[in-house]
Write a protein that binds this ligand. Structure first.
Ligand code: TMP
Length: 234
């Protein structure tokens, strides 16, 4: 597998073409941003942790019947993934109130929600606004059929991920995932699953073990990522 020209550079990862037109290589950086790029920094070693953790969790998803982009980890920071076109949606599940949900609706952070909630944000240059199913279909960000698949898969991801984190004494508060479409039209889980994209609280102490430590200047950011990594047995 040959790494070819860079296709894209995002806030936390770079994506490269390869000599196989159906495969890309993602390269995880230590860069961290928050609040739509307003806050910038680095979390030492994050790229390695997120690469390995995301690959580990993607493989658990596969074992549970959720198709993903994962192909092969080729170095500490690099992974071969299937070529997809990203559906321009941030798909967010919440089990417990936190972050923008708490702020928007005035619900205390930490309150267990009466039902698991699903929400979408549109990935665009206008600050990734919240968007509903009708609006998504109306503007063509996804078709009704693709959105149904995305919602079904996302609840499945929550069930599997929540149970897995519970087994290592971590509460899965909320998370954001993204989906891609393969050239033959299949919707698969893409992007990453990591402490950048999940809120993870120690189930006993409720200590935050995720990117909120960076967002909120709480300190011990690297240590928190390392703790999750360790509990996953990585
Ligand atoms: P929020 O409470 O800020 O809306 O975040 C909900 C979840 O989504 C949280 O686990 C963090 C994650 N997230 C991302 O991964 N990327 C983003 O750009 C945002 C805003 C949130």
């Amino acid at each position: 597998m040959k790494k070819m020209e860079q296709l894209y550079e995002g806030k936390a990862k770079k994506v490269f073409k390869t000599d196989d037109e159906n495969l890309y290589i993602v390269d995880y950086k230590d860069d961290a941003t928050a609040f739509n790029g307003l806050k910038k920094g680095q979390i030492a070693g994050k790229g390695v942790v997120n690469n390995k953790m995301s690959n580990f969790l993607m493989q658990i998803m596969e074992k549970n019947g959720i198709p993903t982009h994962f192909v092969e980890e080729i170095s500490d920071r690099e992974t071969v993934v299937k070529r997809v076109e990203i559906v321009p949606l941030e798909v967010i599940i919440r089990n417990i109130a936190a972050g923008s949900f708490s702020k928007r609706f005035g619900v205390e952070e930490g309150k267990k929600l009466n039902c698991t909630t699903l929400e979408y944000c549109l990935k665009n240059d206008l600050g990734d606004p919240m968007i509903n199913d009708y609006q998504i279909i109306a503007i063509g960000a996804a078709t009704k059929e693709d959105l149904d698949t995305i919602a079904d898969l996302t609840f499945k991801v929550n069930d599997v991920l929540k149970a897995y984190f519970e087994s290592i004494n971590i509460e899965l508060v909320d998370f954001k995932i993204e989906f891609g479409k393969t050239p033959d039209g299949q919707i698969i889980l893409a992007d990453e699953i990591s402490p950048d994209t999940c809120r993870l609280w120690d189930a006993t102490t409720h200590e935050k073990l995720d990117k909120d430590r960076f967002r909120r200047d709480m300190g011990n950011v690297e240590e928190a990522y390392a703790e999750v990594f360790k509990r996953l047995g990585l």
